[in-house]
Design a binder for this molecule. Structure first.
Ligand code: SF4
Length: 62
């Protein structure tokens, strides 16, 4: 699984980083994805982050 953040939708709320700091990092007020491919052990946290994002800015690809 891969994941990316649509920068024009992100409002920098920090929810994704709070849920999954191994994958998401707030940089200059916007979220960035810091790993290319999501390990199985992080998938559940990433899915929770996707579902928690208030602007649906996080897109995942299987
Ligand atoms: S949860 Fe969504 S809006 Fe909030 S920082 Fe992460 S990507 Fe941006």
């Amino acid at each position: 699984m891969k994941v990316k953040v649509e920068k024009d939708l992100c409002i920098g709320c920090g929810a994704c980083q709070a849920i999954c700091p191994d994958v998401f990092e707030i940089d200059d007020g916007l979220s960035s994805v810091v790993v290319e491919t999501i390990d199985d052990e992080l998938k559940d946290d990433v899915i929770e982050a996707v579902e928690s994002c208030p602007t649906e800015a996080i897109k995942k690809e299987d």
